[in-house]
Design a protein around this ligand. Structure first.
Ligand code: FES
Length: 90
């Protein structure tokens, strides 16, 4: 989980972007040859994950945020902030 203030990854201490750059939509960036998606839950907490859906590889930076879940634009799998739980869109 990135630092809410500067969006650096706390393990590495590397700042990926300014907090003000991250609004209410997922934001995809590339750093160190890795595509990442940053997004916020409704409590304002930023999250970062690989910008690749584990189902069939769609860019999660094109996802919508629904009920604090990142919803893949291809088949609607919704990922929570931990990208551990998911549900299918009905
Ligand atoms: S590619 Fe994301 S749900 Fe299928």
């Amino acid at each position: 989980m990135p630092c809410p203030r500067c969006l650096c990854l706390q393990i590495t201490g590397i700042q990926f972007l300014e907090s003000r750059e991250l609004g209410g939509k997922p934001l995809g960036i590339e750093r160190f040859a890795q595509r990442l998606v940053f997004w916020r839950t409704t409590d304002g907490q930023p999250h970062v994950h690989p910008d690749r859906c584990p189902h069939l590889g769609a860019a999660l930076s094109r996802a919508k945020i629904c009920a604090d879940r990142l919803t893949c634009p291809f088949h609607g799998i919704a990922f929570d902030a931990e990208v551990s739980a998911f549900t299918f869109r009905r």
